[in-house]
Design a protein around this ligand. Structure first.
Ligand code: 2HA
Ligand code: ZN
Length: 271
């Protein structure tokens, strides 16, 4: 059996959480990540028959029965993942009943997965239904994206359009746009269901005045989506109070999307 601390998925979780912490997006216990694992890869590091303990999830994820995820822990700080992954992360497998998580590794102080597990698992189900390659859901509190929530209308079309205008590459990176939920109570099945509904259409979902969700086939892709939104939101926040002299026109956004061959939300442009 190989050493789990050497597993690429553990190392990558350490690297991405450390990176996000240093970017200032995940203060204290803010943010959470789940990564769908390949069973054969997990079996190189862990005995699949050795269940440390079982933890109820509070909802039925029957579409994910038998699937394993590495997930950040509730109340745990991204800041600390790199130095103590076994306490701050856990590997869970969805049991045959669909409502129980079998702990295979981690949460070593007796802890459990993030309080946002419903939003994560329900979003995985949604994304997998439209993209079987999807493996990652990331939730974060990026500073400028959050700031923008207070000064920009929380309308999917307008919010996406504003961000597309802020950096030339935005429409190429997130041509499918950004879904938006109004402020809602976090940590609940309701916000999980609402997020998952949006995730059928969008890989990015803003939680009004809270943060953002991003999905992707790997950590780089999900992180890169959020990073690009955050960069555009930063340009918006740096310029929103200044007179606008130049802008990228809608015809130019269309030209970009067509040149790079991306399927974009045509209804989000005024053409
Ligand atoms: O887990 O970010 O939304 C901390 C959070 C909750
Ligand atoms: Zn949050």
């Amino acid at each position: 059996m190989k050493k789990i601390s050497e597993a690429p998925f553990v190392k990558e979780m350490c690297a991405v959480t450390a990176n996000m912490y240093r970017l200032g997006w995940d203060e204290r216990n803010g943010g959470n990540i789940s990564l769908l694992l390949d069973e054969n890869e997990v079996a190189e590091y862990l005995d699949p028959d050795n269940v440390i303990r079982t933890i109820p999830t509070g909802f039925n994820a029957k579409e994910l029965i038998g699937k394993s995820f590495i997930v950040t822990g509730t109340g745990k700080y991204f800041k600390n993942v790199e130095t103590d992954p076994e306490n701050n992360l856990g590997i869970i497998r969805i049991a045959k009943d669909g409502t129980t998580a079998e702990l295979l590794w981690g949460y070593s102080d007796g802890g459990k997965f993030t309080s946002e597990l419903p939003a994560h698992l329900m979003s995985h189900i949604s994304r997998l239904s439209v993209d079987p390659q999807n493996r990652v859901i990331i939730h974060s509190h990026p500073t400028n994206t959050l700031a923008m929530n207070y000064v920009h209308e929380l309308d999917e079309r307008k919010f996406t359009h504003t961000l597309w205008e802020m950096c030339t590459e935005c429409i190429v990176v997130f041509p499918d746009g950004i879904g938006i939920l109004p402020w809602m109570l976090c940590g609940t099945n309701s916000i999980g269901e609402a997020t998952a509904q949006k995730m059928k259409e969008f890989r990015l979902v803003v939680w009004g005045m809270h943060g953002i969700y991003g999905a992707g086939k790997n950590l780089d892709e999900a992180f890169g989506l959020i990073e690009t939104v955050e960069k555009a939101a930063q340009i918006f926040m740096l310029t929103a109070h200044l007179p606008r002299v130049n802008t990228i026109k809608d015809e130019e956004l269309k030209e970009l999307a067509e040149f790079f061959g991306v399927k974009y939300r045509k209804d989000f442009l005024d053409l």
